[in-house]
Design a protein around this ligand. Structure first.
Ligand code: BTN
Length: 243
């Protein structure tokens, strides 16, 4: 596997897109010690200070149709839960679609971006931000109540390389399984790590809010929500609040 390391970049996503355009091989990993323009989902900023977190992007070239790419985000979440658990002994959980929480606070974010033509995926860039060694007063005030780091939850600092290594082992295993056997085995694991299931949630989508009970995910990775009228809604992209 190719690992490309930088001290400071604007965003590892941007670098990964550039490398991908130049034909970088599948599995290429871009890691940076600091990002000056870290991007989150929904055009948000991802705070990426020097030396305390893991800011990385993976280039994948799966032979799958466009509508299956959300499965890769879910697969990445499973690998992160297991990798972090192995490296730290903590028990992270997943909040659909792509937040990893530790003791109920967000420690990891995933941002999946595509390069595609018609229905064919050219490459998938999976960006991962892991808060590892920050202390609480190092977070911007706006996220201090909702964000956490592995060090805060574990009560001690931890080597970032160990987390990357454990994550990559799990990721390789589940990605290979996925290419050989499809999404089913990963779906079951994802549901077992998810905190959102069987709870009442509010899903804020671009076209409005869906309220109901989270039943699970379908083959495509969409969240299934049962409304009070008994209707089952599929949500592909949203911010969710758990009630
Ligand atoms: C989220 O909004 O939860 C997703 C955050 C993703 C952050 C990571 S850090 C590495 C990669 N480079 C970026 O600019 N963003 C992703």
């Amino acid at each position: 596997q190719n690992i490309v390391y930088y001290d400071t970049v604007d965003s590892t996503q941007k670098i990964a897109h550039e490398l991908s355009q130049k034909g970088a091989e599948e599995g290429t990993l871009v890691v940076a010690d600091e990002q000056t323009g870290g991007r989150g989902r929904m055009a948000r900023v991802w705070y990426s200070p020097k030396g305390t977190g893991i800011w990385m992007s993976i280039i994948l070239r799966p032979n799958i149709p466009l509508q299956k790419t959300p499965q890769l985000t879910l697969l990445t979440a499973v690998a992160l839960v297991e990798g972090i658990e192995e490296a730290t002994g903590l028990s992270p959980t997943i909040k659909w679609p792509n937040d990893i929480l530790i003791n109920g606070k967000k420690a990891v974010g995933i941002l999946t971006e595509l390069e595609a033509e018609a229905d064919q995926v050219h490459s998938v860039i999976i960006g991962i931000g892991i808060n590892v060694n920050q202390q609480i007063d190092e977070f911007p005030e706006a996220i201090r109540n909702t964000a956490t780091s592995i060090a805060i939850e574990k009560g001690e600092k931890i080597h970032r390389a160990l987390i990357i290594q454990k994550f990559l082992e799990r990721f390789e295993k589940w990605y290979t399984t996925y290419l050989e056997h499809g999404f089913k085995p990963i779906k079951l694991l994802w549901e077992s790590y998810s905190i959102s299931l069987n709870k009442t949630i509010h899903a804020r989508t671009l076209s409005g809010t869906v309220v109901g009970k989270a039943l699970g995910i379908n083959e495509e990775g969409a969240l299934l929500i049962e409304t009070s009228e008994g209707k089952i809604e599929k949500v592909y992209s949203a911010d969710i609040d758990i009630k």
